[in-house]
Design a binder for this molecule. Structure first.
Ligand code: BGO
Length: 281
């Protein structure tokens, strides 16, 4: 069977390096991402005759184009299209870490979540139901303690299984409230006609990035499509409307809705025990 490529994503300090080491052992290579001085590590592992390549992405909090690391991580996903992404999430800081997970879901990549540092979360009185979290997010969630190699084998199994089952990107479509949704609908309709020019990105995802004022996507769109002149006025109209009605910009409103989505899931999948509340007080 063909090689499967697994990309490791995650916030800094979530345990990505520990997981990478546990997965690949000594079979590691180090270089740079093309054209930039951001370190790229990759390694290989064989699973029952299936060759798996593991690529370590830069640690990031988001998939916007605000930092070089974020841009490198995003470009890698879009240009190299790894077969599956494993998002390493710090269970002890779950809500904040899920922000990246939601953005990976919105991008639509085949995704598995490594719920790492469950030992730390446990110690702090956080009871996380991984199956419930997985059902609510729509992706497999595997508890791990990367530093001790716990759960790593099952994680790899789930990642390979996911890669075999999901061959296309399936973007999660969140609502960002009626004003943003309406503007998204208009932008998406304009972009929808451009065919495979955006592949594997969905027109809706590109529209979200345009509303978020993402300079890289703007550049790309004006390079590849002749639509830029038509998109700018739509973007500005929404920005002005949100400033007047909500005293916010599109980026802020979109982020708020993402956190709202995360909050709803967190409340259902996580129990903050008495021990946790005492620790915080
Ligand atoms: C130090 N559980 C626990 N308890 N710790 C973990 C786990 C886990 O599941 N996974 C990772 N760690 P990185 P990024 C350290 O280095 O893999 C620990 O940025 C220390 N170092 O061992 O580096 C891991 O690649 C001195 O901790 O994360 C590491 O994503 C004292 O989390 C840290 C204590 O992991 C970050 C910890 C000199």
């Amino acid at each position: 069977s063909e090689k499967i490529t697994v990309a490791l994503a995650g916030n800094p300090n979530a345990g990505k390096t520990s997981l990478f080491n546990a997965l690949t052992g000594a079979r590691q290579h180090v270089g740079n991402y093309p054209g930039v001085t951001v370190e790229k590590k990759w390694g290989h592992v064989s699973l029952g005759g299936q060759e798996v390549e593991i690529v370590d992405l830069p640690g990031v909090y988001s998939l916007t184009a605000y930092s070089l690391e974020e841009l490198v991580a995003r470009d890698y996903l879009v240009q190299e299209k790894p077969d599956v992404v494993v998002d390493v999430v710090d269970a002890a800081n779950l809500e904040r870490n899920l922000y990246l997970a939601v953005q990976l879901l919105e991008l639509g990549v085949p995704l598995v979540i490594a719920l790492n540092m469950v030992d730390v979360a446990d110690g702090r009185g956080l009871k996380i139901d991984p199956d419930k979290l997985g059902r609510l997010l729509g992706v497999p969630v595997v508890p791990t303690v990367a530093r001790r190699g716990k759960g790593v084998e099952r994680l790899l199994d789930e990642a390979v299984e996911k890669a075999r089952r999901q061959k296309t990107w399936r973007p999660l479509e969140l609502s960002y409230g009626s004003d943003v949704d309406q503007a998204l609908g208009e932008l998406t309709a304009k972009l929808g006609g451009v065919g495979p020019a955006l592949s594997p990105l969905s027109p809706r995802w590109v529209s979200i990035k345009l509303l978020e004022n993402d300079a890289e996507v703007q550049k790309q769109i004006s390079r590849e499509l002749q639509l830029d002149g038509q998109l700018d006025p739509m973007r500005h109209k929404l920005a002005e409307h949100l400033r007047l009605t909500m005293d916010d910009d599109p980026e802020g409103v979109i982020a708020d809705y993402r956190y709202g989505f995360i909050g709803g899931i967190y409340r259902q999948a996580v129990q903050e025990t008495r021990a946790h509340r005492l620790e915080l007080s």
